[in-house]
Unconditional design. Structure first.
Length: 441
């Protein structure tokens, strides 16, 4: 039985197939910029393909880049990979250089997981160098993905299963195998081998990839067949057949819900709108945008509608008019929005202060409240000049406002989601799960 692996609250080997994107910059600046984009994307895991990095063997600069990536990727596990040229990588590297590089990464904690090639310079995984390297990395507190990439062919099902078992015996926390198909039969061979391995032999999560256009099915069927991670493209692909991260997320999420016996149509049939409420800084805007993409519903932001209607920024409305004036306009705009159907509506933090607003939302849809601790909210909004009520209040002031509004949020919310430490896509999944549960009742 597979034992799921949890790193930074990301559960690998259970539930929806997780998505990894690869950083493939050649310079320090390019890599860090890609890392920022990856953090904001819908991926679950970030892989640093260090074989693309021009100065990978300059260990001082390697440490700088690795530390920067880890600092940025607070909630997403980081995989360090140096793919050798023999398995489709960018650079040739000797065994001694490979071992030295991996030791720098593990000792410096420059990643959460390290990808180690099982067949490194020898066509066998019974290799003392690899076994001892894996043992050392795990002793340093990192997890290990033991991998094998065949860009030439798809081995037989018997050989694929045997390789998986051999990699597992090396002490892998995750085993990964990628093959290149010549025919559709090769795709079926790899998928069958994955299913056989998972059902009969596996005790660690598996990553199973068939490359190329023919292998796209392997990238979207992982939850069904047992492949725990699917790799997607952030900007460009690191392997043939990768899909864009946003497109893959939508497909995997829909598959997850269908496979979990969800019809996928309950929201559109039973609800007119989904109103997202919560204190400032709880992620209402970001979550609403992603949720609208997932469900194919229209995204609307109440504050944006007010700004467009008045031709003034929110801080200017508070300053030049008054909060009372703003609240009256907010109710009018909300009422107009609510008359339309099929929307994900991001609401302002104070929209629950008026009973009229709560009545409008409940009449025309379902109200989802996003919550978070004051400390996390402050960290998110402290540098934002467009938060008129939060400026200079500090954590204690935010706690006071949360307490003052708690009764109002409780009255408004049909569903409450605690967003602390959660990624946007996981918040969306939690919202949809809660809605489906509510609908079934």
């Amino acid at each position: 039985m597979i034992k799921a692996l949890t790193i930074k609250n990301v559960v690998i080997g259970e539930g929806r197939t997780k998505i990894a994107v690869s950083l493939m910059g050649k310079t320090k600046e390019e890599i860090i910029e890609e890392a920022k984009e990856a953090v904001d994307s819908r991926c679950d895991i970030i892989e640093w393909r260090a074989d693309y990095f021009d100065n990978a063997m300059d260990f001082s600069e390697l440490r700088q880049v690795g530390e920067a990536i880890m600092k940025l990727s607070v909630n997403k596990p980081v995989i360090f990979t140096f793919r050798t040229i023999e398995e489709g990588g960018e650079k040739a590297i000797s065994l001694s250089e490979y071992k030295a590089l991996m030791n720098v990464v593990s000792e410096g904690k420059l990643a959460d997981l390290v990808d180690i090639q099982a067949f490194l310079y020898e066509d066998t995984y019974i290799n003392d160098d690899i076994f001892n390297l894996i043992k050392k990395i795990k002793a340093d507190g990192l997890r290990v993905i033991v991998s094998n990439h065949n860009f030439m062919k798809t081995p037989s099902q018997v050989e694929i299963v045997a390789r998986y078992l051999g990699m597992q015996k090396l002490g892998a926390d995750i085993v990964k195998m990628a093959v290149m198909p010549a025919t559709k039969y090769d795709v079926i061979t790899m998928l069958s081998a994955t299913e056989e391995r998972v059902d009969n032999y596996a005790n660690v999560p598996v990553i199973s990839i068939v490359m190329g256009k023919e292998g796209i099915v392997s990238r979207i069927s992982g939850e069904f067949l047992g492949s725990a991670i699917s790799f997607a493209a952030l900007k460009k692909s690191s392997a043939p057949g990768q899909m864009n991260v946003n497109e893959l997320f939508i497909i995997l999420d829909k598959f997850h819900r269908a496979y979990g016996n969800y019809s996928g149509s309950e929201i559109e049939e039973s609800l007119i709108n989904i109103f997202i409420v919560g204190f400032m800084g709880t992620g209402k805007t970001a979550v609403s945008k992603v949720l609208s993409d997932i469900k194919g519903m229209v995204y609307v932001d109440v504050d944006e509608e007010i700004v467009n209607a008045l031709g003034m920024t929110i801080p200017d409305i508070f300053k030049e008019k008054s909060e009372e004036y703003f609240r009256s306009v907010e109710t009018k705009v909300l009422s107009q929005i609510a008359e339309r159907r099929g929307q994900i509506v991001a609401c302002g933090g104070g929209i629950v202060l008026k009973d009229e607003n709560i009545e409008i939302m409940k009449k025309h849809g379902i109200v989802v409240r996003l919550d978070a601790p004051a400390e996390e909210i402050y960290a998110r909004i402290s540098e934002d000049s467009n938060r008129p009520l939060a400026k200079d209040k500090g954590i204690d002031g935010i706690k006071e406002m949360l307490n003052e509004r708690k009764e109002r949020y409780d009255k408004a919310a049909d569903i409450t989601i605690d967003t602390a430490g959660m990624q946007i896509q996981d918040i969306c999944s939690a919202i949809l799960d809660a809605i489906y549960e509510k609908d079934e009742k």
